[in-house]
Design a protein around this ligand. Structure first.
Ligand SMILES: Nc1ncnc2c1ncn2[C@@H]1O[C@H](COP(=O)(O)OP(=O)(O)O)[C@@H](O)[C@H]1O
Ligand SMILES: [Mg+2]
Length: 301
């Protein structure tokens, strides 16, 4: 488990994160979603000590990260950033092998493992001898994921990893991550400003306002069916015209769904008294599960 205990980070007099507390259970994908400047990157980087808190503590498995060896800590946590962060003068294979090599794995072993990892993230191992500049943006991000997984970390930190690629490639990468995560069961902390991405990938989604203030925390289903306030409602974008919202009826309950068929919420509260609420939530989850299965099947087809 990762735990933030009353964590603050100040730059000069300005708070990037103010008094933030959260527990992240093992093996799930937790998404921080919020607009630019809301403190997402700062929160993420405090987990692997790339940023040191001004106040409070971050604990991993009960241990304060401040008292761990920063270098060891960083090598034991996978980290993927927006622009891959690959070393330009190293081949794809050697980029992926970097951390295992630093951890003492023999060169040949590390290189063989790198080839397996490339396949695992959906890349042709033939690309292994190329340099990062010889890959597309989407391919570079896949290499970034492979590299982050190379030391078989329990924790994977991802900072807007798919934000810089075009929408079709982004969707492929999102589905690939879902497939990988179903296999690997890592603790993934994923940062995005894209609410659709957050709802698709998150087991738990944390909507952030300024300075890491939590507007709402919940499952995607909870956020869309019971947004905590107008801020969350606006962020989810029930009113956005590009969503092409329609309704479907399942099990006697009416849902709002977006253009991809993803359920966004229930319609007609007065028709769904508390007694059927549980049933309705079950349906909503099933519907979302189906939508995910479909997308995953599409991706692997
Ligand atoms: N190294 C820094 N020096 C000064 N201010 C910073 C630094 N890093 C982040 N900030 C400020 O802290 C706030 C949160 O930043 P950040 O965590 O990067 O937000 P996000 O990732 O959500 O866009 C922003 O206002 C940003 O300008
Ligand atoms: Mg950021």
């Amino acid at each position: 488990m990762i735990e933030f205990k009353s964590v603050s980070k100040h730059y000069g007099g300005v708070a990037a994160v103010r008094d933030f507390s959260l527990q992240i259970p093992e093996g799930q994908t937790l998404v921080f979603v919020g607009s630019s400047g809301s403190g997402k990157t700062t929160l993420l980087r405090m987990i692997n000590r790339m940023v040191e808190p001004s106040k409070g503590q971050v604990l991993i498995a009960g241990q304060d990260v401040q008292v761990t060896d920063a270098v060891k800590l960083r090598r034991s946590i996978g980290y993927v950033m927006q622009h891959g962060g690959l070393l330009p003068h190293r081949t794809v294979q050697d980029n992926v092998a970097t951390v295992p090599r630093l951890n003492g794995t023999a060169k040949q072993t590390a290189r063989l493992q790198a080839l397996e990892l490339l396949e695992r993230v959906g890349l042709d191992p033939k690309l292994a001898k190329r340099y990062p500049r010889e890959l597309s943006g989407g391919q570079q991000q896949r290499v970034g994921v492979a590299r982050a997984l190379a030391a078989d970390p329990q924790i994977l930190l991802m900072d807007e990893p798919f934000a810089a690629v075009d929408p079709i490639v982004r969707r492929e990468l999102q589905l690939e991550l879902m497939r990988l995560q179903a296999e690997l069961g890592k603790t993934v902390v994923f940062v995005t400003h894209d609410i659709d991405e957050a709802l698709l990938l998150g087991d738990t989604v944390v909507v952030l306002k300024n300075a890491g203030e939590i507007a709402q925390i919940g499952t995607p289903e909870q956020l869309v069916s019971e947004p905590a306030d107008d801020f969350v409602r606006d962020f989810i974008g029930f009113d956005r015209s590009d969503r092409r919202l329609t309704t479907v009826t399942r099990g006697g309950v009416k849902y709002v769904v977006d253009a991809t068929g993803r359920p966004l919420g229930l319609l007609g509260e007065e028709q769904s008294p508390a007694a059927v609420q549980g049933q309705a939530e079950g349906d909503l989850q099933a519907a979302q599960g189906q939508a995910r299965d479909q997308l995953t099947a599409e991706a692997s087809a």
